[in-house]
Ligand binder design. Structure first.
Ligand SMILES: [Zn+2]
Length: 163
């Protein structure tokens, strides 16, 4: 599965909200399925945003593996997400992106982030994320606003992918 790479307009434009009429629709399920397959095709993928598969909607998907042992309230689909709370406390976190191969760097991220979003049926929920999940929330919502981690990262380097 191909992931859209840096340089493409879809990664730099602000994505649009998923309209209400699409909740619960096959069209939306097809988008989510495309995202899920693309994410699963990447060994190191922890999450993916719709623009990374060429779809300019405000959606991101989190891989179940990002929840590690934290199995309480596992949410994978985040539609029209909004950050409602963020810790002032930040940390410099190692980061990479499926759309910026094969770079890595360090980005200052809040250690806790609360997101309000909708599931695929239009049900609103709130999820608090700490650590990796907090980082994912911030990284993915940046994608929906046309921002890539390399715009903010320090100590950017490149690595050779392991086969
Ligand atoms: Zn990314």
């Amino acid at each position: 599965m191909d992931i859209v790479q840096i340089g493409a307009d879809v990664l730099r434009n602000k994505s649009i909200e998923v309209p209400e009429r699409l909740f619960g629709s096959q069209e939306l399920f097809d988008v989510l399925e495309k995202m899920r397959k693309s994410l699963e095709s990447q060994k190191d993928g922890v999450a993916i945003a719709a623009p990374q598969v060429g779809i300019p909607y405000r959606i991101f998907l989190v891989s179940p593996k990002s929840y590690r042992g934290n199995t309480k309230d596992v949410r994978l689909v985040f539609i029209n997400p909004r950050i409602v709370k963020q810790s002032k406390k930040t940390e410099l976190m190692d980061e990479g992106c499926l759309s910026v191969r094969w770079k890595y760097g360090q980005v200052t991220r809040s250690i806790n982030t609360t997101v309000e979003a909708y599931d695929e049926y239009g049900k609103k929920f709130t999820r608090v994320g700490g650590g990796l999940l907090s980082q994912i929330f911030q990284h993915e919502i940046d994608h929906l606003d046309g921002v890539l981690f390399v715009d903010k990262a320090k100590n950017v380097g490149e690595y050779t992918p392991r086969e």
